[in-house]
Write a protein that binds this ligand. Structure first.
Ligand code: ZN
Length: 228
């Protein structure tokens, strides 16, 4: 029985998590499959390394606020920086939502979703930018991306943002542990998200609530499904 409590779904609980020695927190039930994934990749010379794992509601709210305030860069899909202050209304939200989830609606809240790169493909001081070019054919993480496409499913993982389909941009670095994440998504809806945001207001609160059902459909429910 998977605990799909409201607080777990919206990033307000840390009870389901395990803290790794490197400080990253992830769902206690994915520690084992993630280790298995890393060991298998290592036999191919790929060193799967975490950039991001669990993220709390508060952390996501801080990112959200900073991006809407123009204090953190906001990028278009072509990598160009966007002047967030030149946008108004829903266009402003859409610009941020391309790469950053609404607080309460990030898959990183669940502890089942991870951003990864290949540490064996770059010098030790390399800082992964999580940009599409790094994972493209000429990028250092192309082999990782190819390997994940072929083998992640053997370990229960899939790429919910494998390709752009009108919501979140393609994120070839973002993997998700399907058995748990599917259960969480099945139990998640815009009513629950609305309750959460009403209790824990975020930047552009009114605008967000006005467009919440559309945001949920376009950015939360709209993922690339795991291969059957
Ligand atoms: Zn991610």
């Amino acid at each position: 029985m998977i605990d799909c409590s409201d607080d777990i779904l919206t990033g307000l609980s840390e009870q389901h998590l395990l803290k790794r020695p490197d400080g990253f927190m992830l769902h206690k039930d994915i520690a084992q499959p993630f280790t298995a994934l890393c060991i298998a990749a290592k036999t191919e010379g790929i060193e799967i390394t975490l950039v991001s794992a669990f993220r709390s509601y508060q952390r996501q709210a801080a990112i959200w606020q900073a991006k809407l305030a123009g204090k953190r860069p906001v990028y278009a899909q072509d990598g160009q920086a966007i002047d967030i202050n030149s946008l108004t209304g829903k266009a402003k939200l859409d610009a941020v939502l391309l790469y950053s989830a609404l607080p309460g609606a990030s898959r990183h809240h669940w502890g089942t979703d991870l951003d990864v790169y290949d540490a064996a493909a770059v010098p030790p001081d390399y800082k992964p930018q999580l940009e599409p070019a790094e994972y493209g054919e000429d990028g250092p993480f192309y082999r990782l991306q190819q390997w994940l496409s072929a083998y992640a499913a053997d370990f229960g993982f899939f790429l919910p943002y494998r390709e752009f389909q009108g919501g979140v941009a393609a994120e070839p670095w973002h993997i998700s542990y399907q058995p748990l994440a599917s259960a969480y998504l099945a139990n998640f809806n815009s009513t629950l998200l609305r309750q959460c945001l009403t209790q824990h207001p975020v930047a552009e609160q009114q605008l967000v609530l006005t467009h919440l059902d559309a945001i949920f459909q376009r950015y939360v429910a709209n993922i690339c499904l795991a291969a059957p």
